[in-house]
Ligand binder design. Structure first.
Ligand SMILES: [Zn+2]
Length: 219
């Protein structure tokens, strides 16, 4: 039986029957504080060998991995409603200068070409630099990311349905702050698509940490 997942943030539930009688069941975090995005899809667990590949891309600059990683995303692509624009999660310009590329933009470019949807990568910007999110607690991430993003030309996003793309979904704070920023600027629904999701290994059985895609609801 496929692992049950939150209908909003895609978080896997520990019990595979959690959504048996309520397919739109949401996790407690989404019930208590609904995210600004309409739906997130987090396609694969962030575990080796995918984790190794993403790290090679980000930290070693192995950009030849972009195509196969984007293909992995396309293989597990959910059924998307009409999307007007694809937007990658932006890097702060200092990080961009340091790394030389934005992996989310490279992935978004491939997916945009495949779906024939326009890519919008200069409008949503990151205006505050920050330490890598992976070194921070959830509370620190929230504080760190508040007002970290801005929209330069709100008219371009007005009433547009957005597909936000990133490589890794950790707590969802980054995706949520991006979605919040775009919704405040007048966009319509923001959907989130990430290649991988970090998993609390203490909570989930081994089968959910395999590199195979999570079977997820396609609606
Ligand atoms: Zn949730």
């Amino acid at each position: 039986m496929p692992p049950a997942r939150c209908a909003r943030c895609d978080r896997p539930f520990a019990s595979s029957v959690a959504t048996a009688f309520s397919p739109q069941h949401r996790c407690s975090a989404c019930v208590e504080r609904p995210p600004s995005y309409t739906r997130a899809w987090t396609l694969y667990p962030y575990t080796p060998p995918l984790q190794d590949a993403i790290r090679l891309l980000k930290y070693q600059g192995t950009v030849s991995l972009v195509r196969p990683l984007a293909d992995l995303m396309l293989t597990a692509l959910p059924q998307l409603d009409a999307i007007d624009l694809i937007v990658p999660v932006p890097l702060h310009h200092a990080r961009l200068c340091q790394r030389g590329f934005n992996q989310a933009l490279l992935l978004a470019d491939q997916i945009g070409r495949h779906l024939n949807i326009s890519l919008c990568y200069t409008n949503l910007v990151r205006i505050t630099a920050a330490p890598p999110q992976t070194t921070l607690s959830r509370k620190s991430r929230l504080k760190n990311l508040r007002h970290a993003f801005a929209v330069r030309h709100p008219a371009q996003l007005m009433n547009k349905r957005i597909l936000l793309i990133d490589d890794v979904f950790t707590t969802g704070t980054t995706a949520n702050e991006c979605a919040k920023t775009m919704r405040r600027s007048g966009s319509a629904d923001v959907f989130v698509l990430t290649l991988a999701r970090t998993i609390d290994q203490h909570l989930f059985p081994d089968r959910m940490q395999s590199p195979a895609p999570y079977p997820f609801s396609r609606h």
